[in-house]
Write a protein that binds this ligand. Sequence first.
Ligand code: SF4
Length: 660
Amino acid sequence: MRYGETGFNLEIDLTRGNIERVETDPKMTELYLGGLGTSAKIMWDRVGPEVKPFDPENLLIFSTGLLGGTPCPGANRTIVMTVSPQTEFIQYSAMGGFFAPELKYAGWDKIILRGKSPKLVYIYINNDKVEIRDATHLSGKGAVEVQDLIRKELKEPRAHVAAIGLAGENKVRFASIEQGRSSASRLGLGAVMGDKGVKAIAVRGTKDINVARPAELMEHCNWLMDYMMWRMDNPIPKTMPILAILGSPQEMLETDEKWHTENFVWGNARTRRKDFWSKEIEEEWTRTQLAVRTRLISCYNCPIKCGAVLTIPEQGAYMMKCFTKLTYALGAMVDSLEFSLRTAQRATEYGVDGFSAPQVMAFAFELKEAGILTDKDFEGTDEYPPCPEDNGGRFNWLLDRTVRRQGIGNILADGVYAAARTIGNGAEVYDHNTIRKHEQTPLKLGMINPIYYVMYCTNEKLNITQIEGQWPQMPFRDPADREAFVKDWFQVPDDRFKEWLLKWEPKGEFALPYYPGINEICEIVDWMERMHYIDNATGVCTGLSAFHPKPPYHIHNYPKIISAATGLDMDEETLTKFTKRERQLVRSNNVRRGWRREDDTPPLDHWAKRLPEYEKQILDAYHVFKGWDMDGIPTKETLHELDLDYIAEDFEKRGIYKNG
Ligand code: SF4
């Protein structure tokens, strides 16, 4: 009997319309757990470096995590993996909501899509019964709207539906996949779904999942739930509001946006408005937020309620995605929260990433101000009106053009990096906030923070909002606050982490950028990354684990929870070895695609003060710490220790190892 997982993947060849039920090898679970780990292995085995994002051989994998659908609170993530049309690396994005548990209850661990459908279809999974159904009548429908239409058509109000909007259908390279209470937004995964001709996947499941030791697992789950409720009632003192309680993050509960509005940057990631958050703005934004926030909602099996349904007058209801509350207003240089919320609703129906899309629009207007784009690019045609003059109006006009690939929008639909190179004429200079061709969070900060520097440089997820971790973002000024913080910080791997935090000062010898020191930086980043990799394999929400300073899931209880659910023999050492294996496998997939040390570079002007020599030392040390050579390639010894010799052999054959 399989525990935690179903032991079956659903494979669909869209070209032939072939549907297969594939039993998986339990050994894969022992080596790679599930979720990201097993998906990365499938990609390694079946998607070579020659496969491009829109080739039929590219796979689009929707994966549950190993704990998904078990009683473990917050184990509800769907990890979506493919070759990204933006970066051409193998990437992934995790969405919350209800999709993954429902998929498991239908009897499947993963959906693996290959090939391309000759016409637009949607997939209906009802336990063992799987159908590919015509979706031509749904073409052009919004990514949220279509979910309801499909549920009505199927007469199955309890089906959970993941869908794309117009942007995905038109292969906009920052198109998202939307799903009820969450989305897989980053890296253009929706464009791959559109290219495969899949408008949506609807799933309904009513089966059970077996767990190995139910009574023991329930004890852990009860503790997790108790801790979660306690933490919500007892915010961490002297910590920014969205991190003081649990969640991922609590943007629609909190109304205080001083930190984000003054540290995220406006327009094309250029302008910092240090005094933006005035009393008037605070009052107006709070009033607006509370007026449209219909209710706070949670994902499957989680009481935290960090999502919200927003009902915008004269527009539809939708769920706010991570910080799109702010990104549209910031990108458009508009002071109104209402503008952001209205635009975010349209953008969610179009199905675009809420971080990339506003940056693409703002980039275009910066090019216009610089004379690189001209009035002609913003003229109307028989199909659409000319671009309005006001900031908000022109922003929405450009969003409309981009998702339809009309006029200049056809170029912008490929994202900032590609558009800058297509436009040329100096436009490349305005591409300054991308990492590996992907728009990053628009931040502009002072002195470089080495911990964030390493995360930005080396993380595969390419998304700082999803790789932040448990180490506090800033030191506590008062030593008494530090003492108080470490007192119940049982989530740390060991007590050295507490000692480092106790010594960490805002200024002087023990301040950033030289304290914590290089060895400590390596250990801190490695710990935070380890937690993310466990979350992405188990399907647990990072808002209850890796993202939070004091989360319920941590490195000490995770092995016991995984073991009770799955029966796997697991302790901290085994789990750490597993995450190292998963991490090297994910990186190796991309090393094979050409990812090297020079790709480990943060956005150009993310920090005002950079320290090139010191940055090099840190990165050198981190490469050694991770078992990579100075070119960023996992060494043969590292791979051997982790039972990944097949990767070393592949690198050898391809001539990736330059020095034998
Ligand atoms: S913490 Fe928030 S995002 Fe995470 S599972 Fe719970 S409700 Fe969903």
